[in-house]
Unconditional design. Sequence first.
Length: 263
Amino acid sequence: MDLGIHGRRALVGGASSGLGRAVAERLAAEGCDVAVSARRADVLETVAAELRERHGVRAVALAADLADPAAPRTLAAAAVETLGGIDIVVLNAGGPPPVDPTATDPAGWAAAIQLLVTSPIELATALLPAMRERGWGRVVAILSYAVRQPIDELAYSNAGRSALVAWLKTASRAVAAEGVTVNGALPGRHATPRIEQLDRAAAERTGRSIEEVRAGHLATIPARRYGAPEEFASYVAWLCSEQAAYQNGTFTAVDGGLIAGLP
Ligand SMILES: NC(=O)c1ccc[n+]([C@@H]2O[C@H](COP(=O)([O-])OP(=O)(O)OC[C@H]3O[C@@H](n4cnc5c(N)ncnc54)[C@H](OP(=O)(O)O)[C@@H]3O)[C@@H](O)[C@H]2O)c1
Protein backbone atom coordinates (compact mmCIF):
# COMPACT_ATOMS: atom_id res chain seq x y z
CA MET A 1 0.00 0.00 0.00
CA ASP A 2 1.35 3.42 -0.97
CA LEU A 3 0.94 5.58 2.14
CA GLY A 4 0.72 8.75 0.06
CA ILE A 5 3.44 10.63 1.93
CA HIS A 6 6.21 10.68 -0.67
CA GLY A 7 8.09 13.96 -0.31
CA ARG A 8 6.69 14.75 3.16
CA ARG A 9 9.28 15.97 5.67
CA ALA A 10 9.54 14.09 8.96
CA LEU A 11 11.36 14.67 12.25
CA VAL A 12 11.82 11.43 14.18
CA GLY A 13 13.04 11.39 17.79
CA GLY A 14 14.93 8.55 19.44
CA ALA A 15 16.02 7.54 15.95
CA SER A 16 19.48 6.24 16.81
CA SER A 17 18.01 2.98 18.16
CA GLY A 18 15.04 0.68 18.53
CA LEU A 19 11.54 1.86 17.69
CA GLY A 20 12.50 5.37 16.54
CA ARG A 21 15.13 4.04 14.21
CA ALA A 22 12.65 1.57 12.71
CA VAL A 23 10.11 4.38 12.21
CA ALA A 24 12.71 6.57 10.47
CA GLU A 25 13.54 3.66 8.17
CA ARG A 26 9.88 3.03 7.35
CA LEU A 27 9.13 6.70 6.62
CA ALA A 28 12.21 6.98 4.41
CA ALA A 29 11.09 3.84 2.57
CA GLU A 30 7.81 5.68 1.87
CA GLY A 31 9.81 8.52 0.30
CA CYS A 32 9.78 10.97 3.21
CA ASP A 33 12.75 13.21 3.82
CA VAL A 34 13.82 12.55 7.39
CA ALA A 35 15.58 14.44 10.18
CA VAL A 36 16.73 11.88 12.73
CA SER A 37 17.35 12.99 16.30
CA ALA A 38 18.74 11.58 19.56
CA ARG A 39 21.81 12.39 21.69
CA ARG A 40 24.53 10.34 19.96
CA ALA A 41 25.63 12.39 16.95
CA ASP A 42 27.93 9.71 15.54
CA VAL A 43 25.24 7.02 15.52
CA LEU A 44 22.75 9.44 13.99
CA GLU A 45 25.17 10.31 11.18
CA THR A 46 25.41 6.60 10.35
CA VAL A 47 21.61 6.21 10.41
CA ALA A 48 21.14 9.27 8.16
CA ALA A 49 23.76 8.02 5.69
CA GLU A 50 22.04 4.60 5.54
CA LEU A 51 18.66 6.20 4.90
CA ARG A 52 20.07 8.34 2.07
CA GLU A 53 21.78 5.37 0.49
CA ARG A 54 18.93 2.88 0.84
CA HIS A 55 16.00 5.14 -0.04
CA GLY A 56 17.40 8.10 -2.00
CA VAL A 57 15.75 10.63 0.31
CA ARG A 58 17.19 13.61 2.11
CA ALA A 59 18.20 12.49 5.61
CA VAL A 60 19.94 14.64 8.20
CA ALA A 61 21.22 14.01 11.71
CA LEU A 62 20.25 16.54 14.39
CA ALA A 63 21.70 15.69 17.80
CA ALA A 64 19.67 16.88 20.80
CA ASP A 65 19.25 15.92 24.44
CA LEU A 66 15.55 16.22 25.28
CA ALA A 67 16.39 16.23 28.99
CA ASP A 68 17.52 19.82 28.33
CA PRO A 69 14.56 22.24 28.53
CA ALA A 70 16.01 24.40 25.73
CA ALA A 71 16.49 21.49 23.32
CA PRO A 72 12.97 21.06 21.84
CA ARG A 73 12.74 24.59 20.41
CA THR A 74 16.31 24.46 19.10
CA LEU A 75 15.68 21.05 17.53
CA ALA A 76 12.42 22.16 15.91
CA ALA A 77 14.11 25.24 14.41
CA ALA A 78 17.04 23.19 13.11
CA ALA A 79 14.72 20.62 11.51
CA VAL A 80 12.62 23.30 9.81
CA GLU A 81 15.72 25.08 8.57
CA THR A 82 17.39 21.90 7.28
CA LEU A 83 14.40 20.32 5.52
CA GLY A 84 12.50 23.53 4.71
CA GLY A 85 9.58 22.60 7.01
CA ILE A 86 8.26 19.64 8.98
CA ASP A 87 5.01 17.85 8.07
CA ILE A 88 5.37 14.85 10.40
CA VAL A 89 6.83 14.71 13.90
CA VAL A 90 7.34 11.48 15.81
CA LEU A 91 7.72 12.30 19.51
CA ASN A 92 10.08 9.77 21.07
CA ALA A 93 13.14 9.50 23.31
CA GLY A 94 14.35 7.22 26.05
CA GLY A 95 12.43 6.03 29.05
CA PRO A 96 13.13 6.87 32.70
CA PRO A 97 14.94 4.39 34.97
CA PRO A 98 13.11 1.75 37.02
CA VAL A 99 12.23 2.88 40.54
CA ASP A 100 10.57 1.54 43.66
CA PRO A 101 7.17 3.32 43.46
CA THR A 102 7.31 4.02 47.20
CA ALA A 103 10.75 5.63 46.92
CA THR A 104 10.45 8.23 44.14
CA ASP A 105 11.96 11.66 44.67
CA PRO A 106 11.52 15.23 43.34
CA ALA A 107 14.67 15.10 41.19
CA GLY A 108 13.48 11.87 39.58
CA TRP A 109 10.06 13.37 38.90
CA ALA A 110 11.56 16.56 37.45
CA ALA A 111 13.76 14.59 35.06
CA ALA A 112 10.94 12.25 34.00
CA ILE A 113 8.45 15.06 33.46
CA GLN A 114 10.94 17.04 31.37
CA LEU A 115 11.80 14.06 29.14
CA LEU A 116 8.34 12.50 28.84
CA VAL A 117 5.99 15.46 29.09
CA THR A 118 7.41 18.97 28.71
CA SER A 119 9.94 18.28 25.94
CA PRO A 120 7.57 16.44 23.60
CA ILE A 121 4.86 19.05 24.19
CA GLU A 122 7.35 21.85 23.46
CA LEU A 123 8.54 20.11 20.29
CA ALA A 124 5.02 19.58 18.98
CA THR A 125 3.99 23.10 20.00
CA ALA A 126 6.88 24.58 18.01
CA LEU A 127 5.91 22.61 14.87
CA LEU A 128 2.11 22.72 14.99
CA PRO A 129 1.51 26.32 13.82
CA ALA A 130 3.11 25.75 10.39
CA MET A 131 1.30 22.40 9.99
CA ARG A 132 -2.01 24.14 10.71
CA GLU A 133 -1.22 26.93 8.25
CA ARG A 134 -0.38 24.42 5.52
CA GLY A 135 -3.51 22.39 6.32
CA TRP A 136 -1.62 19.10 6.71
CA GLY A 137 0.32 17.59 9.58
CA ARG A 138 0.87 14.45 11.62
CA VAL A 139 1.97 14.28 15.25
CA VAL A 140 2.56 10.76 16.54
CA ALA A 141 3.88 9.98 20.02
CA ILE A 142 5.58 6.73 20.92
CA LEU A 143 4.14 5.99 24.35
CA SER A 144 3.85 2.70 26.24
CA TYR A 145 1.23 0.09 27.10
CA ALA A 146 1.86 1.40 30.63
CA VAL A 147 -0.72 4.15 30.07
CA ARG A 148 -3.37 1.38 30.09
CA GLN A 149 -1.69 -1.10 32.42
CA PRO A 150 0.96 0.47 34.71
CA ILE A 151 4.28 -1.36 34.89
CA ASP A 152 5.24 -2.04 38.52
CA GLU A 153 8.85 -0.85 38.38
CA LEU A 154 8.26 2.14 36.07
CA ALA A 155 6.27 4.64 38.15
CA TYR A 156 7.92 7.67 36.51
CA SER A 157 7.11 6.35 33.06
CA ASN A 158 3.52 5.34 33.90
CA ALA A 159 2.71 8.80 35.23
CA GLY A 160 4.69 10.87 32.73
CA ARG A 161 3.27 9.15 29.67
CA SER A 162 -0.26 9.42 31.03
CA ALA A 163 0.22 13.19 31.37
CA LEU A 164 1.44 13.36 27.78
CA VAL A 165 -1.61 11.40 26.59
CA ALA A 166 -3.87 13.95 28.31
CA TRP A 167 -2.18 16.80 26.43
CA LEU A 168 -2.15 14.96 23.09
CA LYS A 169 -5.85 14.19 23.35
CA THR A 170 -6.64 17.81 24.17
CA ALA A 171 -4.45 19.13 21.35
CA SER A 172 -5.90 16.64 18.84
CA ARG A 173 -9.30 18.24 19.25
CA ALA A 174 -7.91 21.74 18.72
CA VAL A 175 -6.18 21.05 15.40
CA ALA A 176 -8.34 18.38 13.70
CA ALA A 177 -10.32 20.80 11.52
CA GLU A 178 -7.08 22.07 9.98
CA GLY A 179 -5.88 18.79 8.47
CA VAL A 180 -3.59 17.96 11.37
CA THR A 181 -3.90 14.75 13.36
CA VAL A 182 -2.42 13.90 16.75
CA ASN A 183 -2.20 10.25 17.81
CA GLY A 184 -0.16 7.92 19.97
CA ALA A 185 1.04 4.34 19.58
CA LEU A 186 1.54 2.13 22.62
CA PRO A 187 4.34 -0.43 22.30
CA GLY A 188 3.91 -3.60 24.30
CA ARG A 189 7.25 -5.43 24.48
CA HIS A 190 9.36 -5.06 21.37
CA ALA A 191 12.87 -6.40 21.02
CA THR A 192 14.98 -3.21 21.33
CA PRO A 193 18.04 -2.20 23.39
CA ARG A 194 15.72 -0.57 25.97
CA ILE A 195 13.83 -3.81 26.59
CA GLU A 196 17.09 -5.76 26.73
CA GLN A 197 18.35 -3.27 29.34
CA LEU A 198 15.15 -3.55 31.41
CA ASP A 199 15.21 -7.36 31.29
CA ARG A 200 18.86 -7.36 32.33
CA ALA A 201 18.17 -4.96 35.23
CA ALA A 202 15.26 -7.13 36.39
CA ALA A 203 17.49 -10.21 36.27
CA GLU A 204 20.12 -8.50 38.42
CA ARG A 205 17.52 -7.16 40.85
CA THR A 206 15.80 -10.50 41.35
CA GLY A 207 18.73 -12.90 41.05
CA ARG A 208 17.16 -14.70 38.07
CA SER A 209 18.71 -15.32 34.67
CA ILE A 210 17.70 -13.02 31.80
CA GLU A 211 16.10 -16.05 30.11
CA GLU A 212 13.88 -16.56 33.15
CA VAL A 213 12.91 -12.89 33.15
CA ARG A 214 12.02 -13.09 29.43
CA ALA A 215 10.06 -16.30 29.93
CA GLY A 216 8.04 -14.53 32.63
CA HIS A 217 7.16 -11.72 30.19
CA LEU A 218 6.40 -14.07 27.31
CA ALA A 219 3.90 -15.89 29.50
CA THR A 220 1.91 -12.62 29.72
CA ILE A 221 1.92 -11.96 25.95
CA PRO A 222 -0.71 -13.96 24.04
CA ALA A 223 1.48 -13.82 20.88
CA ARG A 224 4.22 -15.53 22.99
CA ARG A 225 6.99 -13.40 21.53
CA TYR A 226 8.39 -9.88 21.71
CA GLY A 227 7.36 -7.66 18.77
CA ALA A 228 9.81 -6.64 16.08
CA PRO A 229 10.50 -2.88 15.92
CA GLU A 230 9.43 -3.01 12.25
CA GLU A 231 5.96 -4.25 13.25
CA PHE A 232 5.54 -1.25 15.50
CA ALA A 233 6.97 1.09 12.85
CA SER A 234 4.42 -0.06 10.28
CA TYR A 235 1.59 1.14 12.50
CA VAL A 236 3.29 4.49 13.21
CA ALA A 237 3.92 4.98 9.48
CA TRP A 238 0.25 4.34 8.79
CA LEU A 239 -0.70 6.98 11.40
CA CYS A 240 1.52 9.37 9.42
CA SER A 241 -0.13 8.44 6.12
CA GLU A 242 -2.62 10.18 3.88
CA GLN A 243 -5.05 7.28 4.50
CA ALA A 244 -5.07 8.00 8.25
CA ALA A 245 -6.48 11.54 7.80
CA TYR A 246 -9.59 10.65 9.85
CA GLN A 247 -7.64 8.89 12.63
CA ASN A 248 -7.28 11.48 15.37
CA GLY A 249 -6.84 11.48 19.14
CA THR A 250 -6.31 7.72 19.30
CA PHE A 251 -3.91 5.75 21.47
CA THR A 252 -3.66 2.22 20.17
CA ALA A 253 -1.50 -0.59 21.47
CA VAL A 254 0.77 -2.69 19.25
CA ASP A 255 1.37 -5.38 21.84
CA GLY A 256 0.61 -8.91 20.66
CA GLY A 257 -2.43 -8.85 22.95
CA LEU A 258 -0.45 -8.03 26.13
CA ILE A 259 -2.99 -5.61 27.61
CA ALA A 260 -5.51 -7.89 29.25
CA GLY A 261 -8.34 -5.42 29.76
CA LEU A 262 -10.84 -4.00 27.30
CA PRO A 263 -9.54 -0.95 25.38
N1 LIG B 1 10.59 -1.32 23.16
C1 LIG B 1 9.43 -1.45 23.77
O1 LIG B 1 8.79 -2.49 23.66
C2 LIG B 1 8.84 -0.33 24.58
C3 LIG B 1 7.76 -0.61 25.41
C4 LIG B 1 7.18 0.43 26.13
C5 LIG B 1 7.68 1.71 26.01
N2 LIG B 1 8.77 1.94 25.20
C6 LIG B 1 9.26 3.31 25.11
O2 LIG B 1 9.40 3.69 23.75
C7 LIG B 1 10.51 4.57 23.63
C8 LIG B 1 11.49 3.99 22.62
O3 LIG B 1 11.90 2.75 23.12
P1 LIG B 1 13.02 1.84 22.46
O4 LIG B 1 12.71 0.47 22.93
O5 LIG B 1 13.15 2.15 21.02
O6 LIG B 1 14.29 2.36 23.26
P2 LIG B 1 15.84 2.48 22.83
O7 LIG B 1 16.20 1.41 21.85
O8 LIG B 1 16.59 2.58 24.10
O9 LIG B 1 15.88 3.86 22.06
C9 LIG B 1 15.66 5.06 22.75
C10 LIG B 1 16.05 6.21 21.84
O10 LIG B 1 15.89 7.44 22.52
C11 LIG B 1 17.10 8.18 22.49
N3 LIG B 1 17.21 8.95 23.72
C12 LIG B 1 17.39 8.47 24.98
N4 LIG B 1 17.46 9.49 25.85
C13 LIG B 1 17.33 10.63 25.13
C14 LIG B 1 17.34 11.99 25.46
N5 LIG B 1 17.52 12.41 26.72
N6 LIG B 1 17.20 12.91 24.47
C15 LIG B 1 17.04 12.52 23.18
N7 LIG B 1 17.02 11.23 22.81
C16 LIG B 1 17.17 10.30 23.77
C17 LIG B 1 18.19 7.12 22.32
O11 LIG B 1 19.33 7.56 21.66
P3 LIG B 1 20.62 8.27 22.33
O12 LIG B 1 21.12 7.33 23.38
O13 LIG B 1 21.53 8.43 21.15
O14 LIG B 1 20.12 9.56 22.85
C18 LIG B 1 17.49 6.14 21.38
O15 LIG B 1 17.58 6.61 20.05
C19 LIG B 1 11.13 4.71 25.02
O16 LIG B 1 10.61 5.86 25.63
C20 LIG B 1 10.66 3.46 25.73
O17 LIG B 1 10.61 3.62 27.11
C21 LIG B 1 9.36 0.95 24.50
